[in-house]
Design a protein around this ligand. Structure first.
Ligand code: 13P
Length: 284
């Protein structure tokens, strides 16, 4: 099966109150683990690729890994640029074979964000590619992007609704209290903002910073209208913890497969658990 856009499954997710996971791909083992989890759970999913990960893996490898995963699994898989910073990078991804892009104009003034996002939507939709936009500022650290807690600001529902109406995005990420990376305490999610936005627009709300969010908060967020949830850090932590453990136990190991296989298995478990929690298992 070829790669699909997010519209292959997000409208159904919104109507039937489940969420599709965006699992960030950072290397071959991430691509394999996420795909194995998707096959085992019969779940649609999104490979999220940040600009940093794109630089690390290279455009050709990234697209080839995602296409191979779609072909091998037969699952509906979207290859999605995560937090694209410019029109140009979004277009470069589309030209190379991405089926979906996020344009993150959230650091621009509101009207400018609308204008820039609308340009990306117009071009992407003309090429049959889906688009995610962002409103409000999501705190935390992701790759080269770092937003201090005090600079994070929640999305205003009336602005988010206008943002959707004027840009035509296929899903909208709004700052509702989550942050990228692991949490020191528990995140305070503003379900009222999710509900106020999701009840007024036909597309789902996206929850960024899905790592470390308690299960009941995820369930409440989906009930309020979240249809896409992004997870990266939990997979990174699962992989690195296993590698550290294996190497600490046996300092003589030199074959990377000796630690990458158990690391990949740990990641499969994380992703399967999320797919079940999100309600996307069995939805492929
Ligand atoms: P986490 O790394 O906190 O899971 O966030 C991922 C994310 O939102 C990617 O855009």
């Amino acid at each position: 099966m070829p790669l699909v856009t997010m519209n292959d499954f997000l409208p159904r997710a919104k109507a039937n109150r489940f969420a599709v996971g965006q699992f960030n791909m950072n290397n071959l083992e991430f691509a394999q683990a996420i795909t194995e989890a998707g096959i085992a759970e019969k779940a649609p999913f999104i490979f999220g690729v940040s600009e940093g990960a794109l630089k690390y893996m290279g455009m050709e490898n990234t697209v080839a890994l995602a296409e191979a995963a779609a072909k091998k699994s037969g699952l509906p898989i979207a290859l999605h640029l995560d937090h694209g910073s410019t029109f140009e990078v979004a277009m470069a991804c589309i030209r190379a074979g991405f089926s979906s892009v996020m344009f993150d104009g959230s650091h621009h003034p509101f009207e400018e964000n609308i204008k820039l996002t609308r340009e990306v939507v117009r071009a992407a939709h003309a090429m049959g590619v889906s688009v995610e936009g962002e409103l409000g500022t999501i705190g935390g650290v992701e790759d080269d992007i770092s937003v201090a807690e005090e600079d994070a600001n929640l999305a205003k529902p009336e602005e988010a609704i206008r943002f959707y109406e004027e840009t035509g995005v296929d899903c909208v990420a709004i700052a509702v209290g989550t942050a990228h990376g692991m949490y020191k305490g528990e995140p305070k999610i503003h379900y009222d903002i999710i509900e106020a936005v999701a009840s007024k627009i036909p597309v789902p709300v996206v929850l960024h910073g899905g790592s470390g969010v308690p299960d009941d908060a995820i369930i409440k967020s989906i009930a309020a209208g979240v249809g896409k949830i992004n997870v990266n850090t939990e997979n990174q932590v699962a992989m690195t913890n296993v590698i550290r453990e294996v190497l600490n136990k046996d300092g003589k190991i030199y074959d990377p497969r000796k630690y990458l296989v158990p690391a990949r298995n740990a990641m499969i478990e994380v992703v399967r658990t999320k797919m079940r929690l999100f309600g996307s298992s069995g939805q492929a």
